[in-house]
Design a protein around this ligand. Sequence first.
Ligand code: SF4
Length: 430
Amino acid sequence: MNANFSLISLGCARTLVDSEAMVQSIQSVGFTLVAEGTTESITVLNTCSFIQAAIDETESNIERLIDQKNQGHIRYICVVGCYPSRFKPEVLEEKYPQVDLWCTTRDEATLHTRMAKRIFNQKYTPHTTKPYTKISPSHYAYLKISEGCDNWCAFCTIPKIRGTHRSKSIAAIREDAKRQMAMGAKELIIVAEDTTAWGEDIYGTPCLETLLDGLRDLDAWIRLMYIFPARVTPKLIHAIATTPNVIPYIDMPIQHVNTELLSRMNRRHDKAFLENIITDMRAAIPHLALRTTFICGFPGETDDHVHEICDFLDTHTIDHIGCFTYSPEPNTRAYTYGETVPESVRRERVSRIMDHHFRQRGDRQLRRLGETVILLYEGNGCGRSVYEAPDVDNVIRLDIPNPPYQPGDMIAVRLTGVSGIDFIGKPVDA
Ligand code: SF4
């Protein structure tokens, strides 16, 4: 049997960061990463399970791997992360006896030694040093600044799955940033369950602004994701506005705008607070691109509440939005609420809000034509400016044949058109 493994990473960018760390530690004990479906004997599946749709995706992947094992294509299956953290081990072992190793998020630091023990048996104690292996593109990198969450939003399973909030030190985050920049990262994307909680366990109060100050000398774009509205302060807005490498982009999932629903969601702020911080952000940060997400069909939501979101979007410009149907999850507070909204109504409300957003967004895009932006080239004729995050937002497509650029190149581009949600652009020196 060879010691090759493949890795499948489900879920969000935060899981991807964990997957990349796992690859390094697994390789350090003698295994070699190969592409999925090639020469691997072992597959490591890093999972997501925060809502039923993610559980379904995880289980269909486990079943697919079991088929591969039964057909002799692979010999071992290791399932890691949120899915084994959410369910009791005895339940999983009975449901999927073909899985060789289960590893929760809290045990990820020992996954590599447990794999070595399980697969090579105890006599095998290799220690190899392999170069850092990136599994995400080299021109940008996600920096995970903390683990866990203490916010206990009423709909969310993550505090139970991922545990209490723990910040990484500035030194550890800088080390991670510098390693990624040495491998070509021009953009560092700050992620966590709640990035604004950073520092609370170290300094006694949340202070993301202190971390931003600690990263201000790095020659890379710093993009902020997963801002929790209730923790936004004037100090933080000032730091985002004045730290030179922090780009004018904020991802702040707000989930809803109605005060009563925000309270039932345990979001710890009301609509007026939300309106004030968005107004303050826009006043302090010129040309800010704001991204948010909404949950549609939370228990108790009415049609009027959906109108309220649309009215909010008319008043406060939100550049990018994602909209999801509410997923009732056992062991959350919201699961016990009455006034459930039928699934078909939830879906219709998502469509209504997205249609509303796209109408406004199309008009805003047309008004920007002629503007020149700096584009971070990603390959295949596409790139992004500071106003677009990877994977979740639109791209800018270059309107020239065979662009002579490499991923990571920075190019001045004039916006010349719109195609779907994307911009079309021409390099100014073309
Ligand atoms: S902030 Fe709320 S939604 Fe986000 S991970 Fe924490 S509990 Fe879940």
